[in-house]
Design a protein around this ligand. Structure first.
Ligand code: PEP
Ligand code: MN
Length: 339
């Protein structure tokens, strides 16, 4: 439920309403817009049935949030959320933030080499998986904690924000100790224990859309994290399963404006896992920026032919760098900026 206040509501009136709601055992989330303030009510709303909030001074109207996702919805919070991911980087404002790096962390020297190249080209976030969700149990499963240590060290040396996947609820504290953003992979989008566990931290979470999940299901998964107390969520469109088999997945570009309409959370596009082929990545990245994404996540490897995973979809640093130039021009055309 949201309580919309009159433009002339005084602070005293606002405090009175908040006090009343909290006394009933419910939590509040305040959104201060340019025109008016909205109070979002979190918790079992039937507790409010006996309290006619409409008659409180300063209240314009009280409205139920009709969407099944409440805290995630734009009704609940009309203005865009800007997520502070550390090292001075914020996602969700006018600046589009580029995340880049290898699919997997392989060794420290290579990670440093790739990280230096993507930083030079304008990336602000270094990606790299230390725990890899692989279709086959016989494929490379990731370096583990050692890889997280390298990510932290390289991130600190180059002043890059770091993001890495956490696959197991038991590893949330471990991964959170080393990286700035916790990634929930597509295959774990509906691992509800994992969602609750990352929701119990205040670390930014990059939540990737499941391989066969609807936009509504993605938003419901985000609701698990917000309802556990963590509002620092970035959504990610990374391509979905369709009948098309030329590309690895089909980038659902519609998800970008759809998420923008339905939610206040930032939306990141991952063209690499959508394409599966490096030759398609640049066009999908450009489309993501044109459609209004708040960030891109792109796989880059200096020796894709030797990569432990996803070499076929990885850009070499030179191609990544020229793509960045193109993206800056598109960003300008849609009134955004890229570092
Ligand atoms: C990844 O980002 O390396 C990854 C495994 O992505 P997804 O979960 O989208 O497949
Ligand atoms: Mn990958």
């Amino acid at each position: 439920m949201i309580i919309v206040l009159r433009p002339d509501a005084t602070q005293q009136q606002i405090d009175h309403i908040i006090e009343k709601v909290q006394k009933l055992g419910l939590k509040v989330h305040i959104s201060k817009g340019t025109e008016r303030t909205i109070i979002g009510v979190i918790g079992p709303e039937d507790l409010l049935q006996v309290t006619p909030l409409e008659v409180f001074p300063g209240v314009e109207k009280v409205m139920p949030v009709l969407a099944p996702y409440k805290l995630v919805s734009r009704e609940f919070k009309p203005e865009n959320s800007v997520i502070n991911v550390g090292k001075g980087v914020k996602i969700g404002s006018r600046e589009i933030v580029i995340m880049a790096g290898p699919c997997a962390v392989e060794n420290k020297d290579l990670l440093f080499e790739i990280a230096s190249a993507v930083k030079k080209a304008g990336a602000q976030v270094l990606r790299g998986g230390a725990f890899k969700p692989r279709t086959s149990p016989y494929s490379f499963q990731g370096i583990g904690e050692e890889g997280l240590k390298w990510l932290k060290e390289v991130g600190e040396t180059l002043q890059l924000v770091t993001v890495s996947e956490v696959m197991d609820p038991r590893d949330v504290d471990l991964v959170a100790r080393y990286v700035d953003i916790l990634q929930i992979g597509a295959r774990n989008m509906q691992n509800f224990s994992l969602l609750k566990e990352v929701g119990a931290t205040q670390k930014p979470v990059l939540l990737k859309r499941g391989l066969s999940s609807t936009i509504k299901e993605l938003l419901m998964s985000a609701e698990y994290i917000l309802s556990a107390g963590n509002f620092n969520v970035l959504l990610c469109e990374r391509g979905i399963r369709t009948f098309e088999d030329f590309s690895r997945n089909t980038l659902d570009i519609t998800a970008v404006p759809a998420v923008k309409q339905l939610s206040h959370l930032p939306i990141i596009v991952d063209p690499s896992h959508a394409a599966g082929k490096w030759g398609l990545v640049a066009a999908l990245a450009r489309a993501g920026v044109a459609a209004g994404c708040d960030g891109l996540m792109i796989e880059v490897h200096s020796k894709p032919e030797e990569a432990f995973s996803d070499g076929a979809q990885s850009l070499v640093p030179e191609n990544f760098s020229s793509l960045m130039q193109e993206l800056r021009r598109i960003a300008e055309a849609v009134d955004r900026t890229i570092l």
